[in-house]
Design a protein around this ligand. Sequence first.
Ligand code: S3P
Length: 441
Amino acid sequence: MKNFIEIKNIIKPFDKIIEVSGDKSISIRCVLLASQAIGVSRIYNLLESEDVLNSLNSIKKLGINFKKKKNFYEIYGYGINGYNLNKNIIIDAGNSGTLARLILGLLVNTRKQVTIIGDKSLTRRDFNRVTNPIKLFGANIISNKGRLPVKIKGSEFLRPINYVEKLGSAQCKSSVMLAALKTPGTTIIKAKKSRNHTELIFKFLKIPTRITKTKEFDFLEIDGLSNFKGFEYIIPGDISSCAFFLVLALLSNKSKIVLKNINVNDSRIGIINILNNMNAKILLKNKKIYNGEKIADIIVRGNRELKSINCPESFNSSAIDEFLVIFLVAAKAKGISTFKNLSELNKKESPRLEIATNILKKIGVKYTRYSDNIKIYGNPNLKIKGKYKINNFRKDHRVFMMSCIAALTFGGEWRVEDKDSIKTSFPTFIELLKKLGAEII
Ligand code: S3P
């Protein structure tokens, strides 16, 4: 089957209510924590994407069974020491940095050697950022010069650590939190602000954790070795998937969209804060709190009065997965937008700052880039006519989806390669676009 799509027309005005699939970060955390619970956990609206299915397959390799039921998954845990390994195994994390990095924390006391491998993209990414702190607990780790494959053999004599997380990486913070869960004593973490789903699930599961906050850092104290029971969890919609539809509606004249039940945790709504600063007028309705997570319906209308932004760096972490589509909005906003210190963006599934600038260049959007900073010269009348082929040779799901949104709002004839990449995070993306009236061949 062909693995590319073609788009030749911009989308016609639409007015629709849609539901995007479950949040990827929370889905992976729920699977991993359910694998550590005592008894059965039921997880509803679990994202059925490759990253999450790889998480389920990973816990299975560690001796934890799961079953897909009608509209939920059941996972049968045996507590924090319940992984049952009598031989060395290999875990394939596929494309998922979150899975590979978080599971390392849970393997801090594994009795047999576990080798973590991944696809080409994951094999290029840095693992020192997690192996360094996990080694401090006492685990034995060998990596391929800081990259995959990473081999871990746990220790029986773990010690709690005192760790400073400076990157603003939720994956690093969470990996250390999960190792702390398995370690006697109190682990102390000082972490630059990043998404806090692991903290919220720890609180929901009553894992003893004390948190104090300053503007830039969160201080966590986690008492290890506390077992918890199986739980039920309904995963909310993923704001990172929702972001593509939000920008599609915003850049489509006379369109309106309501995105139902989206996770609008403060540590994830960088995109809404940034776009509202650009005069997007995005509304949140039906707000509620579920297990500590904020959830709301997001309402967006097409808007031709967008303004540029000098984006405060404090938004970088909470919008990190959304910058690709934010750049599209900047291209259509009046004035010059500036985004600074985006070095982490180049450390994702592909070097996204690099790739985004190549796409902007290809379609004639003016920008200047100096190291990890970018200035985009917006033009509200931007319309493009050429033929564009996006190779997406790094097979990055967000590059694929960003290119589709550009094609559906900017014009021109597009061919975007590697449709399969969306399977990692948002398999129903094309289906939903078609529901809104997009013509995709
Ligand atoms: C994630 C954290 C972010 C994000 C990734 C998912 C998570 O990565 O980019 O898609 O679930 O913790 P970093 O923590 O490395 O910034």
